[in-house]
Design a protein around this ligand. Structure first.
Ligand SMILES: [Mn+2]
Length: 346
């Protein structure tokens, strides 16, 4: 185990998240890698993110200015399920012709679509059970995707345990599409699925959304739990001289005491995530996003769990670690803020 500083140089290549060799039974925050991107319709590669972010995390300096000490040994990552990797490979191959057909399928493709929906359901059920048992042990749980379909079972498990919770959702997209391209558990449908599965959800607060359909805008407008802080409106307020601090307080208002954070990296400016599946110009800066999360904690709210999804390594250049470098840093910030918002003990 490394000491927490880089005095001795970077950790060995086989070390785990943040350079440690840790057992999850000893740690307070457990990260579950979900290498799943079956329904990704544009740029692919986010299934490789959990492994690549672990590798990139070895380069981080773990000193946390708020805690005034190194942070990282409080977090352990489970070994990634080989079965989930296999499911992702097999279902991704079946999904490509369905995506090409825009989901309008018959015969064999319809059969394949049903199989993908069924395996997606199985993944959600397995993840929900696994997360529920970790929450039962008093852990905080983070999902490292994978696309935005990957944390669905985990969010349901968090709601089972924290029925008063709200969701703070960073994303360029509203993710309110109904069974996008025929997939019940599409990356583009997760928030639609959640607000329908959980009608009593206290709040879904989406930030940075800037690529959405008319139907999604109407769903967001008409649903009592959904509060969309669209990117163009945020930027207009900033241009008019409103401070980011003041905007953050507006964003936090609808959120209850317990907050689940669902962080799609494409909510950030694509300069931070050039290889993500569906990059969109605009978005939050890294510092704006971290400041908003800091304000969640400063307001006395508690982060009960989180996910980080849609980070994608540069598939064409394995030496380019930029996307996963940003992803590892954001994971480190999210974990540290979760830890602090729980009073540094769980
Ligand atoms: Mn998303």
């Amino acid at each position: 185990m490394k000491s927490g500083s880089f005095i001795d140089g970077p950790p060995p290549a086989d070390a785990g998240l943040f350079g440690f060799y840790l057992e999850e039974s000893q740690q307070q925050i457990v990260v579950i890698g979900v290498p799943w991107e079956v329904t990704t319709s544009y740029g692919r590669g986010t299934a490789a993110a959990p492994d690549a972010i672990v590798k990139a995390s070895h380069q981080l300096d773990l000193f946390d200015p708020q805690l005034q000490r190194s942070f990282g040994q409080e977090v352990a990552m489970l070994p990634i399920s080989e079965k989930w990797r296999t499911w992702n490979r097999e279902c991704s191959a079946l999904a490509l012709p369905i995506i090409e057909a825009g989901g309008r399928v018959q015969g064999k493709l319809r059969h394949d679509l049903e199989k993908i929906n069924q395996i997606g359901d199985q993944l959600n059920v397995e993840l929900r059970c696994l997360v529920a048992s970790l929450l039962e042990e008093g852990k905080r749980v983070a999902i490292l995707g994978g696309d935005h379909a990957s944390p669905y079972g985990s969010i349901l498990a968090h709601f089972d345990r924290y029925p008063g919770m709200g969701i703070l959702h960073f994303d360029a997209h509203a993710d309110l599409r109904v069974a996008y391209e025929g997939f019940l558990y599409s990356h583009a449908s997760i928030m639609y699925n959640l607000v329908h599965e959980i009608p009593e959800l206290a709040a879904l607060v989406s930030v940075g959304v800037r690529d959405f359909s008319e139907d999604e805008a109407q769903i967001a407008e008409n649903h009592p739990s959904i509060h969309a802080f669209y990117d163009h409106l945020i930027q207009a307020k900033l241009f008019q001289g409103c401070s980011w601090h003041a905007i953050c307080q507006e964003i936090l208002k609808p959120l209850p005491k317990e907050v689940y954070v669902s962080f799609d990296i494409d909510g950030l400016d694509p300069a931070c995530c050039p290889h993500t599946g569906t990059p969109v110009p605009g978005g939050l800066s890294f510092n704006q996003a971290v400041y908003l999360l800091e304000q969640v904690v400063a307001s006395g709210r508690k982060i009960v769990g989180f996910d980080l999804v849609e980070v994608a390594p540069n598939a064409k250049d394995p030496d380019d670690e930029w996307d996963t470098n940003v992803g590892a840093r954001l994971l480190h910030r999210l974990a540290s803020l979760t830890y602090r918002s729980n009073g540094c003990k769980m």
